[in-house]
Write a protein that binds this ligand. Structure first.
Ligand code: ZN
Ligand code: ZN
Ligand code: ZN
Ligand code: ZN
Length: 573
């Protein structure tokens, strides 16, 4: 059927938003009504359900072992460690509820939500990653998020695929031995590379491709021994590298400042989209018909997807992959088909709606923490015939007796879970990273807020006492509790103190990197500040005389020089 695009008013922010004609086709295919929240408010709502990096030490409620968990001790439901969660020492079915047609669905879901055990840390097929949430198919990952696809030895990073020996990186693929690489792929032995690909033994590059032994340069292609975009001889190059003295904190800081100037000189392509057709957004690779998507690759026919891999026909997805027909979904998926309004419905989910933390389930509705189940509603098992009838009735009932949240937003069938039903406070979740609020704002908006626990670490080495040069450090520093230079005064969820791990120490030594004086969260916030937001602005090419327009994640008030595809190709290649 041919639909016309329509303007609606968002229930949440009261702003106008457009539902485009192809969106209606997708809603029809998914058998869902059009949304009542705008795309950005939908993204924010899903984000309130996803706690990536607010971690707590607590006991497992089954085996009593201490472990790292995204749910604090005061969670209303039992929280299990990975081993207990995967094991069969508990009964997943005993929480079943009869559906009450006199009560709103979300109210009944919430009652179940307060009782059913949940996994403390989200991991799938990982080895030795006790401190990492939201990671899969990877080994030896430490305080990192969304590290997948066979990655190994990844520390303090986010969105890392098929990479090894990675420290402080963000949105990278197939990299090895890299430090502070951002939105880059296939780099080896590189430090502080930004929007660069297939580079080797290089430092402080922006938008460089296929370069080796290059330093502090921009827009280079196929170059070797370049410093500040000038050719050097091999001998001179290594002399200059020596002079840069990057193992020393003060010298490195000078290079970082110089790099900031170089980043202002570079010419930026309107979007980091490669090998893709009919696509808009940023950080897209090998995809077709991907609209307003960010950090997506090997996908087709998707819209409003943030961090998706190998998705087909998906809309409104935040973190997931290897699946088809997904709508309003967040956090991890594998071989899923036809999944809607769910958080973490992993491993062969089929025809799933309103699920939380279910695996290998088909035809389930409003279920939590189930495994290998079919035809269940609120964790109660039905026959196939009963299930089909019940689902039809419930969807109607959800429209007749909708849930209303504290601020009067109405949730009928077709809405993702209300933010107020999330297990997390707003400031524990990804929402706080992308839509930061003060405590007062958050409470006013009806979100929960969690006060930071005051921890008194006994700092044995103050930030100012950390040796400036990596040469002057030996592994005795592993026994020290280091002070973060921000002392908790920043808004980065500063840990105030931190320890180095042996792997980390070895990496800094091997790569001539000074010991950091910021804790993991403060370092993370510094990387995060460099990332373009998952948003688009309509802009004109900045090349004089060019009239081309495009959708870009570079906001109009940003300092970068942003060109259209044609002008970029002319200038840079
Ligand atoms: Zn809105
Ligand atoms: Zn346990
Ligand atoms: Zn800190
Ligand atoms: Zn142009």
């Amino acid at each position: 059927m041919e639909y016309k695009s329509e303007n609606r008013i968002c229930q949440n922010c009261q702003q106008d938003f457009t539902i485009e004609s192809e969106d209606f086709n997708f809603y029809e295919k998914m058998k869902v009504p059009p949304p009542t929240f705008c795309p950005e408010c939908r993204f924010q709502r899903r984000a309130t359900w996803r706690n990536e990096r607010t971690l707590y030490k607590r006991n497992c409620d089954l085996c009593n072992k201490k472990f790292i968990s995204m749910h604090d001790k005061d969670a209303r439901f039992p929280v299990y460690c990975k081993e207990c969660w995967d094991g069969d020492n508990w009964n997943r079915d005993k929480f079943e509820k009869d559906y009450d047609f006199a009560k709103p669905f979300f109210e009944q879901f919430d009652e179940l939500h307060q009782k059913v055990p949940r996994i403390g840390i989200w991991q799938r097929s990982t080895i030795n990653c006790p401190y990492s949430n939201m990671c899969g198919e990877s080994k030896n990952v430490y305080l990192s998020i969304s590290v997948v696809a066979g990655s190994e030895n990844v520390f303090y990073s986010r969105i890392v695929d098929k990479s090894s020996d990675i420290f402080d990186c963000y949105s990278i693929k197939e990299c090895e031995n890299c430090y502070e690489n951002i939105e880059s792929e296939k780099n080896y032995n590189c430090q502080n590379l930004f929007l660069s690909r297939s580079c080797l033994d290089s430092f402080f590059l922006v938008d460089c491709v296929n370069c080796s032994n290059c330093i502090l340069s921009y827009n280079l292609r196929n170059k070797q021994f370049y410093i500040k975009n000038q050719q050097y001889s091999k001998e001179e190059y290594f002399k200059e590298l020596e002079k840069l003295n990057l193992g020393d904190k003060e010298y490195r800081q000078k290079a970082i400042e110089e790099f900031e100037n170089i980043c202002k000189k570079a010419i930026y392509r309107y979007a980091n989209i490669y090998k893709s057709i009919d696509s808009s957004g940023n950080n897209i690779l090998n995809s077709r018909n991907i609209k307003k998507c960010f950090d997506v690759y090997n996908s087709e026919n998707c819209k409003y997807v943030y961090r998706g891999v190998s998705f087909k026909d998906g809309m409104d997805i935040t973190f997931g992959g290897w699946s088809e027909l997904f709508y309003e979904y967040t956090t991890g998926s594998m071989n899923g088909y036809n999944v809607k309004f769910s958080y973490s419905a992993v491993d062969q989910a089929r025809n799933v709606e309103y699920a939380d933390s279910c695996s290998c389930c088909s035809n389930v509705f409003g279920c939590i923490s189930l495994k290998n189940k079919n035809y269940s509603i609120l964790n109660k098992q039905y026959t196939k015939e009963e299930y089909k009838k019940m689902i039809e009735k419930i969807k109607k009932q959800m429209n007749e007796i909708p849930y209303m949240d504290k601020r009067g937003r109405v949730y009928k069938y077709g809405e993702f879970f209300p933010a107020e039903l999330s297990c997390f406070a707003y400031n524990e979740t990804m929402a706080q990273d992308f839509f930061p609020l003060t405590k007062e704002q958050a409470l006013k908006e009806g979100y929960k807020w969690k006060e930071k626990e005051k921890k008194n670490f006994e700092i044995t080495l103050k930030a100012t006492e950390i040796p400036k040069n990596i040469k002057d450090v030996d592994d005795k520093i592993l026994e020290e509790v280091l002070g973060c230079v921000h002392e908790g005064k920043c808004d980065h969820r500063c840990y105030t103190a931190f320890r180095l791990t042996q792997d980390e120490f070895n990496f800094y030594k091997k790569n001539n990197i000074p010991i950091p004086n910021e804790c993991a969260n403060c370092r993370y916030s510094r990387l995060f500040a460099k990332i373009l937001p998952p948003k688009l602005w309509h802009r004109k090419c900045m090349k004089e005389g060019c009239e081309n327009e495009f959708e870009t994640s570079y906001a109009p008030d940003r300092p970068e020089i942003v060109y259209c595809e044609k002008c970029y190709q002319q200038e840079v290649y």
